[in-house]
Design a protein around this ligand. Structure first.
Ligand code: AMP
Ligand code: MG
Length: 412
C-alpha cells in the first residue's frame, strides 16, 4: 500500500502545464495568463476633467467668493470626447465635461455648482487650487508599467485593465481535454430504456461535472463493457485527450479487465492500493503518452479520488500554482471510530462557529452512498494512526466547494 501523498506526488510529477494559446480577453476569464503584460499606453492617456465645470487658471480665481465672484471669459465648450482647440489665457475659462481633455494653459477645474453662467462669461464663486479636479495622464497606469504578471488568474478586473490598454487578446495556458470512461456491464446511460437490473452510470456525469468544474474540456466517452474489445475501443477513443479518467474495473473482481487492458495498451501502468477510504484501488500510468488514471467504480470513491488526485492534476495542466482546496481545523460534533492504518475521508457538513468552524458527518459512509456526498460541503480527514475521534476534538477538514465563502445576508 502507498500513502495518499505518494500517490498524489507520483501523479503530479507526471503532469506538466499545457502550452499557451492566444484567446480573447473574455475567454481568458478564470484562466492563467502565460505572459507579463506591460502598459503600451498611459491610462488616462491625457490630463482630463474629473468634473463637469470650467477649466481655468487657479491663480485667476484668487479671492473669489459668493459675494465677490471672479468673472472669466468663456473661450470654448469642450464636451467629453472633444479635442480642445484653444489655449486658456489669463482671465479666460473653457466650459468642460467630465472626461474631456484639459486645454493648454488651464491648471484646475471648478465644478459647475461653484459657478454661475453669465453668457458669454462665467462667474466663479470659490477659489480653485492648482490641479483641482484634474485627472492626470498616467495616474492609473504609466506607459511601460507592468500591470499583470505571468501566472496570475484573469478576473473581471484584469479583463477591464487589458481592455483599457487596448489588449483584446492575450496568451493563456490551454485547457486540457479530459476523457471520461465508465466501465461496467451493469451500467446503462442516463436516457437509455430503463431496466430494473441495471445501474445508471452516474459516474459518467459526476466525473464529467468535476472535469468541467475544474476548468477542463470534457471528452465524454460513455460506457465501456467489461470485455476486451469494447475496453480497447473506448480507451483508444479516449487517447486523443490530454488526460484520461476511467471509473471501475481496477479492483480484484473476475471482470475487472481495465488493469489488463491498460497494461496492454499502456506504458508503465502502475496499480496501487492507496492507504485511504474510500478509494483504495487506483491505477496510474500512460496510454501511449496520455496520462491515465483508473478510479474505483463506487460513486463516492470515484468522486473523492478525483478530488484528491485528478483536480490538482487538471489545475497544474491549466498553469495554476495553487492546486489544492483549503483545509481548516474544525470542532467535531460526534464520535467517529475507524481502522488504524488507513486515512479516512468522511463526508461532512462544515459550518462557521464563532471565529472558527464546526463539523458533523452527513450520515451513512458506504462508498456507494452518494446521498451523503450530496449533503456534504467537505471531508473530515482522519489520519492513518487514529482509531477514534471524539465529539469536541479538533479535526482537519478539507472543503469540497466554496459554500462557506458566501452568506445569506450581507456582512455589512
Ligand atoms: P467496480 O470498481 O467496477 O467493481 O465497481 C464497483 C461498484 O461501483 C459497482 O458494483 C457499481 O455498483 C458501481 N459503479 C461502477 N461504475 C459505476 C458508474 N459509472 N456509475 C455508477 N455506479 C458505478
Ligand atoms: Mg466494474
Amino acid at each position: 500500500m502507498i500513502s495518499v501523498e505518494e500517490a498524489r506526488n507520483k501523479i503530479l510529477d507526471a503532469i506538466s502545464p499545457l502550452g499557451l494559446e492566444k484567446v480573447n480577453i473574455l475567454d481568458a476569464l478564470g484562466r492563467v495568463i502565460g505572459e507579463d503584460v506591460y502598459a503600451g499606453r498611459a491610462i488616462p492617456p491625457k490630463d482630463n476633467s474629473a468634473m463637469d465645470g470650467y477649466a481655468l487658471r487657479a491663480e485667476d480665481t484668487r479671492g473669489a467668493s459668493v459675494e465677490s465672484p471672479v468673472r472669466l471669459a468663456v473661450v470654448e465648450d469642450i464636451p467629453a470626447g472633444a479635442v480642445p482647440r484653444k489655449r486658456v489665457g489669463p482671465g479666460e475659462a473653457a466650459r468642460i465635461m467630465t472626461g474631456a481633455p484639459i486645454p493648454e494653459g488651464a491648471d484646475a477645474v471648478i465644478r459647475m455648482e461653484d459657478t454661475r453662467k453669465e453668457d458669454p462669461r462665467v462667474a466663479i464663486v470659490v477659489e480653485a487650487q492648482k490641479d483641482q479636479d484634474i485627472r492626470h495622464a498616467g495616474e492609473d497606469v504609466h506607459h511601460g508599467e507592468k500591470v499583470i504578471s505571468k501566472g496570475e488568474i484573469i478576473r473581471p478586473a484584469e479583463v477591464g485593465m487589458l481592455a483599457s490598454l487596448g489588449r483584446s487578446f492575450i496568451l493563456v495556458h490551454q485547457r486540457p481535454l479530459v476523457a471520461v470512461v465508465a466501465t461496467g456491464d451493469e451500467l446503462v446511460d442516463i436516457d437509455e430504456p430503463p431496466s430494473e437490473w441495471k445501474i445508471i452510470s452516474s459516474n459518467s456525469y459526476s466525473l464529467a461535472a468535476l472535469v468541467r468544474e475544474s476548468g477542463a474540456v470534457l471528452l465524454q466517452i460513455g460506457i465501456a463493457r467489461d470485455n476486451r474489445e469494447d475496453l480497447v475501443a473506448k480507451f483508444r477513443a479516449a487517447m486523443r485527450a490530454d488526460l484520461i479518467v476511467s471509473s471501475g474495473g481496477v479492483s480484484v473482481g473476475d471482470y475487472d479487465l481495465v488493469k489488463e487492458i491498460m497494461q496492454e495498451v499502456g506504458n508503465a501502468m502502475q496499480f496501487w492500493q492507496v492507504a485511504m477510504k474510500p478509494g483504495r484501488p487506483l491505477a496510474f500510468g500512460a496510454l501511449e503518452d496520455v496520462p491515465t488514471v483508473g478510479l474505483p467504480g463506487n460513486p463516492v470513491s470515484s468522486m473523492v479520488s478525483f478530488e484528491l488526485f485528478i483536480r490538482p492534476a487538471i489545475l497544474k495542466m491549466l498553469g495554476h500554482e495553487k492546486l489544492f482546496r483549503r483545509s481548516v481545523r474544525a470542532r467535531l460534533g460526534e464520535e467517529i471510530v475507524k481502522k488504524r492504518g488507513i486515512r479516512h475521508f468522511i463526508r461532512a457538513r462544515i459550518r462557521r462557529e464563532g471565529e472558527g468552524y464546526a463539523v458533523v458527518t452527513t450520515g451513512e459512509q458506504g462508498s456507494g452512498i452518494l446521498k451523503s456526498m450530496v449533503r456534504a460541503n467537505g471531508l473530515i480527514v482522519l489520519p492513518e494512526e487514529a482509531t477514534v475521534a471524539r465529539a469536541g476534538d479538533m479535526v482537519t477538514v478539507q472543503f469540497l466547494d466554496d459554500s462557506l465563502e458566501r452568506t445569506p445576508t450581507p456582512g455589512f
